[in-house]
Design a protein. Structure first.
Length: 94
């Protein structure tokens, strides 16, 4: 069912290495997903409350500290189907 709604092409950037200024460099790939803008109060990886400005639904594994469309991933939650397999991920961005 998610495939019907995940019709947008998004740019996923994963940290690849660190440059001489101790900044992360990223490798880019295109993924399919659905980007929805809106504010929501969530918990980040440190357990602190923070405000998310957008969320993405995708079947691609996305992890915290990745970037989607130049927005930082602050939380990624897998949704498991009734058969026990991960159906898709809800990813919150800042």
């Amino acid at each position: 069912m998610i495939k019907a709604y995940a019709n947008q092409t998004l740019i996923l950037k994963k940290p690849a290495s660190v440059n001489e200024y101790n900044e992360a460099t990223y490798s880019s790939t295109s993924i399919k997903g659905r980007l929805e803008n809106g504010y929501k109060l969530i918990r980040n990886k440190q357990g602190e409350e923070t405000v998310s400005s957008a969320r993405v639904f995708t079947k691609t594994l996305v992890q915290v500290d990745d970037m989607i469309n130049d927005m930082l991933v602050i939380s990624s939650e897998p949704l498991t189907d009734i058969d026990g397999k991960t159906g898709f991920y809800t990813v919150y961005l800042k």
